[in-house]
Design a protein around this ligand. Structure first.
Ligand SMILES: Nc1nc2c(ncn2[C@@H]2O[C@H](COP(=O)(O)O[C@H]3[C@@H](O)[C@H](n4cnc5c(=O)[nH]c(N)nc54)O[C@@H]3COP(=O)(O)O)[C@@H](O)[C@H]2O)c(=O)[nH]1
Length: 531
């Protein structure tokens, strides 16, 4: 086993402890705000869901950006919310994921593996349920955890609430077992748990689950193994955060390297207890494909028409990324974007998309009746001045007016709304448009939307799939339209698939624009028809 095959990444413990302390203090902020809002709302005098009650809840919502909605519950169902008003059909609350010692019910964020959509955390006590803003929490946690993976869990029960940059199910399971062993005896405050990783390590090292340490398939993949963990717990709430403080990356291992790693783990004992193996073969192969495709210009774009509902006229298009492997396998775009986000390639993807889209779609963006092209970018791109410089250069190069380009914000988080709002203002002053994508799933907090000077909101297909049915989510669509009218922004309805949905739109929202398979699937530029 040569030294070159093992890289030990030992992070600075002092750094990690200070980062943990900050994270715990942020968590205390969120939970403290949610608790205050719940207690205040429980004491309100007006009857639940009366006009006066909803008005009070709305004011409270505007004042608390970490909350994305405040709801009243009765008989295990949400009956009204500050954002959506009284629901015609109460929305049943699923089983709680955790009951805090205080008696509060907690539903933790769930992420749909298929759609990658995240539902927010909710905390309920008595008649009030607050929805924590996924955007706020996610971005602050991601901020602080930018350099480290982390797992957030209950000290009382060891239940994992959330993992940050720990995607592999196996590691989650192993962290869970570490939490089970070490979590219960952690003392409050930002001190290191006394259980220590060695305890879990002892049980895990020989298990087949540690297969990452047995050498893989010898094709030279990298395996990362978490070797040691630091953690800190809130003094006030039942929440702890654990971060790996040492990781071992095994590079280009020959088939028998695992034996060596096992030996190293054995020698290091509790101090460097190897207690988890990360196998990310699938993720890594998508990453490798993505990197190769970016380097060789093999990423493709397809274009989906956006139509004006009343006239049926194509008024624009959205550029959507496609990755096909040399062997002809299409990798789902959701997966490509997830990997791009995880490995920090989104900036490159956005630049690639801008250059490619303007180069191949520019004939539709110039001339007497230019279309408008939506290009997906992240918040990080919007606030990067170099991105705007590149965009200006590319539009000028292809003779495209900035007015024909809309940047669609796909990332569901931001670190700083004031900064994002300032960046949006600058970009719009150059003539570009800003669209909020997937409205209803991310930036849905009213308080946030009013801070962002955007041109269009695109209603997520999650809601439009219910159009014309009796589902609760269908009743949300008219409310989004009235909110958009109040804010003076236009609406694009996404995911229209059927004639019935299109007719419904034509009847009730004829001046909206829409997108979906009914009007046209995403196609390569050569197959795009504007007429
Ligand atoms: N940052 C970037 N994100 C990108 C880019 N290209 C795409 N994306 C985002 O990836 C997500 C998945 O996109 P995709 O698989 O392309 O799916 C899009 C459409 O194909 C699909 N669609 C369109 N019409 C319908 C429909 O009628 N029914 C239905 N079930 N699906 C439909 O929806 C996706 C469009 O989503 P949106 O962007 O929200 O309008 C997606 O989140 C993309 O945003 C990229 O270059 N950069």
């Amino acid at each position: 086993l040569t030294a070159g095959q093992l890289v030990l990444v030992q992070m600075d413990r002092a750094d990690i402890r200070s980062e943990l302390a900050q994270m715990v203090s942020r968590m205390d902020d969120f939970t403290g705000t949610a608790t205050r809002v719940i207690l205040l709302s429980n004491e309100d005098q007006a009857p639940s869901c009366s006009d006066a009650d909803l008005a009070t809840l709305r004011n409270r919502l505007f004042d608390n950006p970490v909350i994305s909605d405040i709801a009243r519950r009765a008989d295990g169902a949400i009956v009204c919310t500050a954002m959506w008003g009284r629901l015609e059909t109460p929305m049943a609350l699923g089983p709680v994921t955790y009951q805090a010692p205080s008696g509060a019910d907690v539903w933790t964020a769930t992420r749909d593996a298929e759609t990658r959509r995240t539902s927010p955390d909710m905390i309920g006590f008595s008649r009030t349920v607050v929805y924590l803003s996924e955007t706020e929490i996610g971005s602050r946690v991601r901020d602080l955890a930018a350099r480290h993976p982390a797992v957030i869990y209950s000290r009382g029960t060891g239940q994992i609430f959330r993992t940050v940059r720990i995607a592999d199910a196996e590691v989650r399971r192993l962290l869970q077992s570490w939490v089970d062993v070490a979590g219960n005896d952690a003392s409050p405050g930002t001190d290191r748990g006394t259980g220590g990783p060695g305890m879990a390590f002892a049980g895990d090292i020989d298990r087949p689950a540690a297969a990452g340490m047995t050498g893989g398939d010898g094709r030279g993949e990298t395996t990362t193994v978490i070797a040691d963990v630091e953690r800190a717990c809130s003094r006030w709430f039942d929440v702890c955060i654990a971060m790996p403080s040492a990781m071992v990356s095994i590079l280009d291992q020959p088939p028998l390297v695992g034996a060596g790693i096992g030996l190293l783990g054995g020698m290091a004992g509790g101090g460097l207890g190897l207690f988890g193996a990360l196998r990310q073969r699938r993720g890594r192969s998508v990453e490798a494909e993505l990197r190769r495709a970016l380097a060789r210009g093999r990423l493709r774009l397809v274009y989906q028409p956006v139509v004006h509902v009343r006239t049926g006229r194509v008024i624009g298009a959205e550029a959507l990324l496609r990755l096909t492997t040399p062997s002809g396998r299409d990798i789902p775009t959701e997966q490509v974007i997830a990997v791009g986000e995880r490995v920090g390639l989104m900036g490159q993807i956005a630049r690639y998309a801008v250059r490619t889209a303007l180069a191949e779609f520019h004939p539709y963006l110039t001339g007497p009746s230019p279309l408008q092209l939506g290009i997906n970018v992240t918040v990080a791109d919007l606030i990067d001045p170099a991105f705007l410089t590149m965009l200006d250069a590319e539009t000028a190069r292809h003779g495209v007016s900035p007015d024909a380009v809309a940047l669609e914000i796909t990332e569901r988080s931001t670190t700083d709304y004031a900064r994002l709002a300032a960046a949006i203002t600058t970009i719009r002053s150059h003539g570009y448009h800003i669209h909020i994508d997937d409205f209803g799933t991310g930036y849905s907090g009213l308080a946030h939307l009013t801070q962002l000077p955007v041109d269009v909101i695109k209603i997520d297909r999650l809601f439009t799939s219910a159009i014309g049915t009796d589902a609760v989510s269908a009743s949300i669509v008219p409310q989004i339209f009235s909110m958009a009218a109040t804010l003076g922004v236009d609406v694009v309805v996404e995911g229209i698939e059927t004639e019935a949905q299109a007719l419904h739109l034509a009847m009730y929202h004829p001046d909206a624009c829409a997108q979906g398979w009914y009007y046209g699937a995403p196609v390569p530029v050569g197959e795009f028809r504007a007429g």
